[in-house]
Design a protein around this ligand. Structure first.
Ligand code: AMP
Length: 249
């Protein structure tokens, strides 16, 4: 069974980003980048399927700038077998990524595609769903448990106030939620080994996909700054302030 894991290079989750002074986007100059956390969970799940003898090959794919090769190497160091970079400097939107993934899936014919539920930079939460629709595959989003048996995948999903378990025929698309697993740390020997693993490079043109953006960002702004706190003498004045100043009760 072949597992395809699309991964995105995003700003490291521990970095506090700032908005560019012209409000056109987030300032990414000299900012530490990393694998999207939900995609790290997706890689971990795929590698565990391989370790369990269920998957035979784990292929990771990333679309973006040449530096995304570093992100792919991280996934290879975690245990993926092979990587593919779809090299482009164009700003990619979810529909374009979904089309690129469809073109890759047509060639690779994976049995299972595991994506993150969302990329923490654009918070779109669209790519997995769009890809499943374009590829005509069953999908289960927000997976907190994945079990493969007898040409089917059973996925437990986190839903409001509980969980839901679905059974999908393979090939299928799954998107990961936070509680699916805890990704392993990459070790130095595995980083060294990952350098010898195959990493192919293609492009949207090679795949025959037009990735021209369809959405235009009008404005990006920082959250409003919180005002300073105030000390109040007693409960009565707190209630009065909540009523007349904060107007929350
Ligand atoms: P999004 O729809 O942008 O929130 O992204 C959802 C998921 O789609 C991510 O967690 C990745 O698994 C995948 N994805 C998004 N953008 C890319 C990209 N440029 N390259 C590879 N995978 C991507």
């Amino acid at each position: 069974m072949k597992v395809l894991v699309p991964i995105k290079r995003v700003v490291d989750a521990n970095i506090k980003v700032s908005v560019k002074s012209d409000g056109s986007g987030v300032d990414l100059a000299n900012v530490k980048m990393a694998i999207n956390p939900f995609d790290e969970i997706a890689v971990e799940e795929a590698v565990r399927l391989k370790e369990a003898g269920i998957a035979t090959e784990v292929v990771v794919v990333s679309a973006g700038v040449a530096q995304a090769q570093e992100t792919l190497r991280t996934a290879l160091a975690m245990g993926a077998d092979r990587a593919l970079l779809i090299d482009t400097n164009v700003e990619l939107q979810p529909l374009a990524v979904a089309k690129l993934l469809k073109a890759v899936a047509d060639k690779e014919q994976p049995h299972l595609v595991i994506l993150g539920k969302q990329a923490i930079d654009d918070d779109s939460n669209q790519t997995g769903q769009m890809f499943a629709a374009l590829a005509g595959l069953p999908q289960a989003t927000y997976a907190s448990k994945v079990a493969v048996a007898d040409d089917r995948v059973q996925v437990t999903r986190e839903v409001d106030g509980g969980s839901e378990t679905l059974s999908l025929s393979l090939p299928a698309v799954v998107t990961t939620d936070l509680r699916l697993n805890e990704p392993r740390y990459v070790t130095l020997p595995n980083i060294m080994k990952s350098k010898k693993k195959p990493l192919d490079v293609t492009s949207p043109v090679d795949l025959g996909i037009d990735v021209t953006p369809r959405l235009r960002t009008l404005k990006v702004s920082e959250p409003a700054k919180r005002g300073a706190g105030q000390k109040v003498a007693d409960v009565a004045s707190l209630v009065a302030k909540l009523k007349t100043e904060a107007k929350v009760i």
